[in-house]
Write a protein that binds this ligand. Structure first.
Ligand SMILES: [Zn+2]
Length: 212
């Protein structure tokens, strides 16, 4: 079970099916990303070594956010979606979702001029396999104390949340079936708008209202 990101109607909880293709293509307001490197500093060193095709094509999400801001039209980055619009999803623990939120906020605050927090919104959209249908496992609360642990942003170094997620996947065999439901794969969308948009309060899921 995975999550991806999206735009949705108000009362309906949106879910993506893994392997499905989004009904639109990349353009000036939409970008698909198979990774979640938000800032330029998040790009791992091997990318810069130019050893693979990936090396020459991986660009941070911040580049697109910057472009969306500069056009004045805003836009949405879909992470966990390949170049062809196919929904892959990505495994993210709740702590890693916190990390993504912090990383985006940190990145936008470092822009000149800084981008106010209310000009972006992050939505985590569940990705299910075709066999799962709309079923989502119940999510359990995570530990408040651990949520206070500082995340390492603006660096390609491993943060504790990534190290923990990796360790878990080794122990558990498959994070997708983690009994606590925290490690389900997710995809997410980052929307930047010209005007005010709803912020996600605590929230990792339940996107509401249309994106841009
Ligand atoms: Zn982290």
């Amino acid at each position: 079970m995975d999550d991806a990101v999206t735009v949705m109607a108000a009362t309906q909880r949106r879910v993506y099916t893994r392997g499905s293709v989004l009904p639109f293509e990349e353009d000036e307001t939409r970008e698909f990303k198979g990774h979640r490197n938000i800032a330029a500093e998040d790009i791992p060193p091997w990318v810069h070594q130019g050893l693979s095709r990936e090396a020459s094509t991986r660009k941070p999400v911040s580049r697109n956010l910057n472009a969306f801001l500069n056009t004045g039209r805003g836009g949405t980055v879909y992470c966990g979606v390949d170049d062809n619009g196919r929904v892959l999803g990505m495994h993210l623990t709740r702590y890693q979702k916190d990390h993504v939120r912090l990383s985006v906020r940190d990145t936008l605050r470092r822009y000149q001029p800084a981008v106010p927090d209310d000009r972006h919104r992050i939505t985590f959209v569940p990705v299910v396999s075709a066999a799962d249908g709309q079923h989502r496992p119940r999510e359990f609360a995570y530990e408040a104390s651990r949520r206070k642990k500082r995340h390492l942003v603006a660096t390609s170094n491993y943060c504790w949340c990534d190290a923990e997620a990796k360790a878990r996947s080794h122990v558990g065999g498959t994070t997708a079936r983690s009994p606590d439901g925290e490690s389900r794969p997710m995809a997410r969308s980052l929307a930047v708008s010209r005007g005010r948009v709803a912020r996600d309060s605590d929230g990792d899921s339940a996107p509401s209202g249309p994106s841009l």
